[in-house]
Design a protein around this ligand. Structure first.
Ligand code: C5P
Length: 220
């Protein structure tokens, strides 16, 4: 059986993609399946945590014994995560948050016009960085997908966002990351030290992620 090392601990997990609407029927998004975040939520639940899972649109059913909040946009994700995180001791951001949203979301479906169109995008808030600014005693964990200079870029992100560690993955390895059941990640700390894990099921990645978070919590 799993260890009960998160008994009574409040954990917030974000998962899935966000949708940034251009008009009522069109949006910018990404292929995140939510599987990694759901695995973290289920593993934390099984170790005794009180889990809130804030998820973008994915096809996965609500896990039993987890409080699930379904959102669509990055702004909705932010509101839900910040509200749930107030009481939390561990926050794991696996959500693939869109970096930008439409500067103006049209209230009605935009008709096709002749020739090119321009869409103005405005940056979304960085939720993990906001949590990092008011970190308190919380352990903060992020994910990052990079195509190059992964460890350096992930360490820089961990420092900028005040995260305790980041799990780095690559979009190009078959059967891993977006949509896959497995993941091949490297744990990267703010000081630049890192540890490459072998290819593992997302559930096993979740297990090791929580082991590391528990070690950090007990170190204080
Ligand atoms: O997109 P980026 O590589 O910076 O994502 C790193 C981490 O920051 C991820 O854990 C992601 O969920 C989080 N993030 C966020 N808000 C954003 C962008 C990313 O919380 N707007």
């Amino acid at each position: 059986p799993p260890p009960r090392d998160l008994a009574g601990v409040k954990v917030v997990v974000s998962a899935g993609p966000t949708r940034e609407y251009l008009d009522p029927v069109r949006f910018i998004s990404n292929p995140s399946s939510g599987k990694m975040g759901f695995a973290v939520a289920e593993e934390a639940r099984d170790r005794g945590a009180a889990v809130t899972l804030v998820t973008g649109p994915v096809t996965l059913p609500d896990p039993a014994g987890v409080q699930v909040v379904r959102i669509e946009t990055a702004l909705e994700l932010r509101d839900a995560v910040l509200a749930a995180a107030r009481e939390a001791e561990l926050v794991v951001m696996t959500a693939a948050v869109a970096d930008y949203r439409a500067a103006q979301r049209a209230g009605e479906k935009q008709a096709k016009v002749a020739g090119d169109v321009t869409i103005h995008l405005t940056p979304n808030p960085d939720i993990l960085a906001e949590l990092g600014q008011h970190k308190g005693q919380r352990v903060l964990v992020g994910f990052a997908m990079e195509t190059h200079a992964g460890v350096e870029r992930a360490a820089l992100k961990a420092r900028r966002k005040n995260a305790d560690f980041i799990l780095l993955n690559y979009p190009t390895r078959e059967g891993t990351a977006f949509g896959g059941d497995d993941n091949e990640v490297t744990l990267v700390r703010p000081d630049g030290t890192s540890q490459a894990w072998p290819r593992l099921s997302k559930r096993e990645v979740a297990r090791r992620l929580l082991d590391e978070a528990v070690r950090l919590r007990t170190k204080g």
